[in-house]
Design a protein around this ligand. Structure first.
Ligand code: SF4
Length: 246
């Protein structure tokens, strides 16, 4: 079995399903209050990331933001990150990078993505995030159901053996995001105008055709649809919450 393959996909708890009735901002305020000082927003990039970052900046700009810099991001993403952080006034953005030892041993030439994308994502995304999240009890993601695939049953709040995860935008449609962007005049990712509906690392991101899933350009031509940071790995002695699956 591929050691990087998903083993458990947790479902949400019934006790928290009421969150789906709240607006994203209400979910964020609730999460930040309940986990004050123990919660971070994870910015793993994406063409729509400005929306959630803007919401956080309005509620508490000192919220820790964990930025996953895989070392394979497109240059436009790094420029966009710099400009967005400055514009929104976010004061605690932390760059997560792959460990030098992992790169030296597993991906010394920086081309592991050609032969094993799961292993590449593991050392460049999953492991750095695991280390960073040791300091937190909860984290916030920008995932949405309309992105399709495994995200179609996404809950607003999820529980894993180690953390609580909040997905404030789970219920939003593309139209909601577009309206928010227009209302607040948020800058789009520079690659959106070239057909990149979802932006990740340069080797694994392509533009999408009209009508395709937003994430169809990620790992195009492979079975892979997720990088692994949203997969709960089995923890000995810990059970995944199987909840009500909203
Ligand atoms: S998205 Fe591609 S380049 Fe980026 S970490 Fe995963 S496999 Fe490697």
């Amino acid at each position: 079995m591929n050691s990087y393959a998903p083993q458990i996909t947790p479902r949400p708890s019934a006790a928290t399903s009421a969150l789906r009735l709240l607006s994203p901002q209400e979910v964020l305020r609730d999460a930040l209050a309940r986990y004050h000082g123990r919660i971070a927003l994870v910015w793993s990039f994406g063409s729509e990331s400005a929306v959630l970052l803007h919401m956080i900046s309005r509620i508490d700009p000192a919220t820790p933001v964990l930025f996953l810099d895989t070392g394979q991001l497109v240059a436009q993403s790094l420029d966009y990150r710099r400009n967005l952080v400055a514009r929104l006034g976010l004061t605690d953005v932390r760059d997560l990078r792959p460990a030098y030892a992992d790169l030296a041993v597993t991906d010394p030439r920086g081309d592991l993505w050609k032969t094993n994308t799961d292993a590449c994502c593991h050392i460049r995304k999953v492991l750095p995030l695991d280390v960073a999240l040791e300091g937190f009890d909860a984290w916030i993601t920008g995932r949405k159901r309309f992105h399709g695939g495994d995200r179609l049953r996404l809950a607003v709040e999820e529980r894993t053996p180690s953390h609580v995860k909040f997905n404030p935008l789970a219920n939003w449609a593309k139209e909601d995001l577009d309206a928010y962007v227009a209302e607040h005049d948020l800058p789009p990712h520079p690659l959106v105008e070239f057909g990149y509906a979802s932006v990740g690392c340069w080797p694994c991101t392509q533009p999408v055709e009209e009508g395709q899933d937003v994430r169809a350009g990620r790992w195009a031509g492979q079975d892979k649809t997720e990088c692994g940071i949203h997969v709960t790995r089995a923890t000995p002695g810990a059970d995944a919450d199987l909840g009500d699956g909203l």
